[in-house]
Write a protein that binds this ligand. Structure first.
Ligand code: PTJ
Length: 253
């Protein structure tokens, strides 16, 4: 379908098209479309824009990634379909490794996602097939198998569009987890160390811009940003922003 840029719902329709194309290309699973529907509903509730709390979380995430020893970006089907270019840009800015880690695991899809990311400049994508040989304890899904040189060795991991138990298990194992999830109430959002309640299509470009801005800061200043960030408080401030936005709608009605 050709969508005109003048359409008032252009961005939203474009995201749907990317996911449908991702499904046709074997990158996205049908469940990914359902997950998107849930995310889309939450995006409405935050006015489809990056609020103050999300901007604070993006800044804390940028600082955490720049001070990490071994940062990893975990990629699933939806993320690969929506923001492959930004995943590649972010990885090169912070020298992060990129690992495919799927909930609905299949070798074919892992390979397809790795190939897609390589078209966006990523030479090496971890986690494909037998390379995911290490098991993370406490995860019931097949997401528990990770690459020992990627998530296995990481201290800071970005986990967009999660399904809950992996974020909890990674935090329990001492890692810093940066979640990108439009649902502030999800188990992932609650368990993560830094939760960016925003759409991946805005959060990833936001991370790229933020890391570019923070890159030349002193380590001590970056550490100050991360240590001053309180995730529970920030989620609660995000919820307050959401309620204020809804209240404005009530006044209009
Ligand atoms: O590619 P796979 O096999 O790893 O599967 C990926 C999905 C997304 C199907 C899998 O991880 C899954 O089932 O996830 P859930 O449990 O549905 O959780 C997805 C979360 O992401 C929900 O809280 C949604 O609100 C949120 N979400 C959906 N779309 C977006 C989003 N958050 C940010 N940006 C989005 N575009």
């Amino acid at each position: 379908m050709r969508i005109s840029r003048d359409h008032p719902r252009f961005v939203s329709l474009r995201i749907r098209e990317l996911l449908v194309k991702g499904l046709q290309d074997g990158i996205v699973v049908p469940e990914g479309l359902l997950a998107h529907g849930r995310g889309e509903a939450f995006d409405y509730l935050i006015g489809e824009r990056t609020g103050k709390a999300a901007r604070r979380a993006i800044e804390a995430a940028g600082a955490a990634l720049l001070t990490a020893n071994s940062p990893v970006l975990s990629v699933n089907g939806n993320t690969a379909a929506l923001v492959p270019g930004d995943v590649s840009k972010l990885a090169s800015l912070i020298s992060a490794r990129v690992e495919v880690n799927l909930f609905h695991r299949s070798l074919d899809r892992e390979r397809r996602i790795a190939r897609l990311l390589s078209r966006y400049g990523l030479e090496k994508v971890l986690g494909v097939g037998a390379n995911a040989s290490e098991e993370i304890q406490g995860i019931s899904s097949r997401r528990k198998m990770v690459d020992p040189t990627g998530i296995g060795a990481a201290d800071v991991i970005v986990v967009p569009l999660e399904d809950g138990d992996r974020a909890e298990a990674l935090v329990k194992s001492g890692r810093k987890v940066i979640a990108v999830d439009l649902n502030p109430l999800s188990r992932t959002s609650q368990a993560a160390s830094i939760t960016i309640v925003d759409n991946v299509v805005r959060a990833f470009p936001g991370l790229v811009r933020t890391v570019t801005r923070l890159k030349h800061m002193r380590r001590s200043s970056l550490e100050k940003i991360t240590s001053g960030f309180d995730n529970k408080k920030n989620i609660s401030m995000g919820l307050a922003e959401m309620m204020a936005y809804l209240r404005r709608w009530r006044m209009k009605a």
